[in-house]
Design a protein around this ligand. Structure first.
Ligand code: ADP
Ligand code: MG
Length: 232
């Protein structure tokens, strides 16, 4: 596990990057048993079509470029693509958007991935405290974190009890319980993600910041649809 993780970090550094591409971050997460969407990186439109057929429609297309850290800001994310035609026009559209928004951006490829059905969105993140090391953050996605700052924190490593407390102590906890017709969220799946993330952070001091945003949580299970890692 550690050897494979080191390979991912070294490849990024050898290319002069201080962050992991989404597919690299997801590969790292998968090494620790975290539930990420399936994905394939494509370099041509035809490859993207083959990848989409392999993964199964609908799919999501995303830009992979060292100059693009926030993909949707650059017009680099298209979701819910239903067929081959959609992949072809989407592929071109993303390249066009990114070239317009980030002049001179180098295009590494286009990531084709499984489209996760929409559900309750959570985020799991980490920053490093200079004295105490990696922290873990948990919250609900979207307005809950951006406007209400409704999040919980712990220092890593965490125990199962810590993880359960992190979930329960946010103010919007009732949403996860299925308040007001919201789908009930699989809290065990969230606990599992928090514990595995804690383990990954403890074993990978190369991670300076981690942002899994969003993670979609279902009645059964969860899917990490975006992951970003900033390196030390
Ligand atoms: P950004 O780099 O802008 O954060 P994301 O990968 O988070 O890009 O994609 C932007 C949004 O698109 C996400 O917040 C999510 O709502 C949606 N999305 C991205 N990937 C998927 C996916 N595989 N399945 C479903 N929705 C997705
Ligand atoms: Mg995101």
């Amino acid at each position: 596990m550690r050897d494979e993780a080191i390979k991912i970090f070294e490849e990024a550094r050898s290319e002069g990057r201080d962050f992991l591409f989404e597919h690299e971050a997801k590969k790292l997460c998968a090494l620790y048993g975290l539930p990420v969407t399936t994905f394939t990186i494509s370099k041509t439109e035809d490859e993207a079509v083959d990848a989409a057929k392999e993964i199964g429609f609908p799919v999501v297309l995303k830009i992979v470029s060292p100059q693009v850290l926030h993909k949707s800001d650059a017009g680099g994310v298209l979701i819910n693509i239903e067929d081959e035609d959609g992949v072809r026009t989407g592929y071109r559209k993303i390249l066009e958007n990114v070239k317009a928004k980030v002049p001179g951006a180098v295009i590494t490829g286009i990531l084709v991935q499984e489209m996760a059905p929409s559900s309750t969105e959570i985020i799991v993140g980490s920053t490093k405290d200079p004295t105490f090391g990696p922290t873990l953050m948990f919250g609900l996605g979207g307005i809950f974190v951006e406007i209400l700052k409704d999040v919980s924190f712990r220092l890593a490593p965490i125990t199962k009890t810590d993880a359960e407390e992190m979930i329960r102590e946010i103010r919007s906890y009732k949403i996860l319980e299925g308040a007001r017709g919201m789908p009930k969220a699989d809290q065990e799946a969230i606990v599992d993600i928090l514990l595995k993330t804690s383990k990954m952070l403890m074993e990978c001091p190369e991670i300076k910041e981690l942002d899994m945003n969003p993670v979609l949580v279902y009645e059964k299970g969860a899917k990490i649809v975006d992951a970003r890692v900033i390196l030390e």
